[in-house]
Design a protein around this ligand. Structure first.
Ligand SMILES: N[C@@H](CCC(=O)N[C@@H](CS)C(=O)NCC(=O)O)C(=O)O
Length: 209
């Protein structure tokens, strides 16, 4: 099997499983025991100097950073289906949303939840209120971020939103309705089942349980 995902089911790598289920390629999971510190082993440090999962290997290609993995998988295995073509009008919006999740949604939610003192004009992620208004405008005006076409950007943004809603770091009925639409996707349901199986196999306790 050429695709290998370094994974822990209670990490952002759980979302990578959803990405893989959406593209429909076979893959192998290799468990990185974050609780035991395996991310700091020499082997994993060679994979990702940041000591983080996910890391995805596909033959000679190695990708880390979940949004980059998403864009890689969609372009490589589902062009025109999960990623708009390079010359499609929606391509710009697609790329914007893939990057928006880690660079704006995540830090804006963290800043608000942790009470960070910072200057929103200097911080690239601006304010939580602007972030939420931007997201609500997009997911409140169509089924998916790009309207009626589901793309890998919905996995990246949707997974981040689901996590933030679940842990009370984002509050929004509009985004919650979007999360409900995402929950009906068979690929997400398969991914949740895979992550639950790995959780059980390793006797892990889900956060907040
Ligand atoms: N920017 C990275 C973040 C990855 C990340 O933070 N992974 C966490 C789990 S969700 C991790 O591996 N933590 C282990 C550690 O920091 O020791 C991405 O988006 O992929």
């Amino acid at each position: 099997m050429s695709i290998v995902l370094y994974h822990h089911p209670w990490s952002r790598a759980a979302t990578t499983v959803w990405m893989l289920e959406e593209v429909g390629q076979p893959y192998e999971l290799r468990f990185v025991d974050l609780n035991a510190g395996a991310q700091r082993s020499a082997d994993h440090e060679r994979r990702n100097r940041m000591h983080k999962v996910p890391v995805l290997d596909d033959g000679d290609v190695r990708v880390s950073e979940n949004a980059a993995i998403a864009m890689y998988l969609a372009d490589r295995y589902a062009p025109g289906r999960l990623a708009p073509a390079l010359d499609a009008a929606q391509r710009g919006s697609y790329l914007r949303w893939c990057v928006f999740a880690p660079s704006v949604i995540e830090p804006a939610c963290m800043a608000k939840a942790s009470g960070w003192a910072y200057s929103p004009r200097q911080a690239g992620f601006g304010t939580y209120d602007d972030m939420l208004a931007t997201l609500e405008e997009a997911v409140g005006s169509g089924t998916w971020l790009l309207g009626e076409t589901f793309t890998m950007a919905d996995v990246v943004v949707g997974a981040t939103a689901r996590w933030m809603l679940r842990f009370g770091m984002m509050k929004s009925d509009v985004v919650a309705a979007y999360a409900d639409r995402l929950a009906a996707r068979p690929a997400l349901q398969r991914a949740d089942a895979v992550n639950a199986r790995v959780t059980a196999e390793h006797g892990l306790t889900p956060p907040g349980a």
